[in-house]
Design a protein around this ligand. Structure first.
Ligand SMILES: [Zn+2]
Length: 165
C-alpha cells in the first residue's frame, strides 16, 4: 500500500479479540447457516471469502482458510493451493464487478507486521482507485460504511456465490 490509509478496523479487531473468540472461526462455522450475517461471499471445502467489516477501501475482501492457523506454512500443501486458487478467482470476480484501477494483495503475519487477527491467517485483497487515499477518510467521517457494506454485499453475492464448490 502506498500510504497508511484509514484503518479503524484494527481497533475493532482488538475489541473482537477481547471476547476470546475468533471471528474467522465463527464465520467459518456459523457462516454456513447465515452467510449474510457474516458477509460471506463464497465458500469452498477449506476456505471462504468474506467482505471485510472494517475495510481499508470499498470492496476490501478477505480470503480465510477454515482451519485456525496463523501462518501459510501451517497449511497443508493442498490447502495452500486451494487458498490461492480461491483468492485468484475472487480477484477476477472483484475486477469484473467493481472495475478498480489496481489491486493490492496482502498477508500480515504477526502483530508487528500489522495483523489485526494474528491467530487466524487471512489474505487481504484490496481494490484501489485513483485518489482513494484522499477519498476514504471523508467516507469514514460520514459514518456511511455499514449501509454501504450491506449494499455492496447484496451487489456482490449473486456473482461471488458462483465461486462456491
Ligand atoms: Zn480462527
Amino acid at each position: 500500500m502506498s500510504k497508511q490509509i484509514w484503518a479503524p478496523w484494527r481497533m475493532e479487531y482488538i475489541k473482537d479479540k477481547d471476547t476470546g473468540s475468533c471471528v474467522f472461526c465463527e464465520g467459518a462455522i456459523a457462516g454456513h447457516r447465515d452467510r449474510a450475517a457474516y458477509r460471506i461471499l463464497a465458500g469452498r471445502a477449506d476456505e471462504f471469502v468474506v467482505l471485510n467489516k472494517y475495510p481499508y477501501v470499498f470492496g476490501h475482501i478477505l480470503i480465510c482458510p477454515r482451519r485456525h492457523v496463523s501462518s501459510l506454512e501451517d497449511l497443508l500443501p493442498k490447502e495452500q493451493e486451494s487458498l490461492f486458487r480461491l483468492a485468484i478467482d475472487a480477484q477476477i470476480m472483484l475486477k469484473s464487478i467493481l472495475n478498480p484501477h489496481g489491486i493490492n494483495w496482502g498477508i500480515n503475519i504477526g502483530k508487528q507486521a500489522g495483523a489485526g487477527i494474528e491467530a487466524h491467517l487471512h489474505v487481504h485483497i484490496v481494490p484501489r482507485w485513483e485518489g482513494d487515499t484522499n477519498f476514504m477518510p471523508v467516507v469514514a467521517d460520514c459514518h456511511i460504511m455499514p449501509g454501504h457494506l450491506d449494499k455492496l454485499y447484496a451487489q456482490l453475492i449473486p456473482e461471488f456465490s458462483r465461486l462456491d464448490s
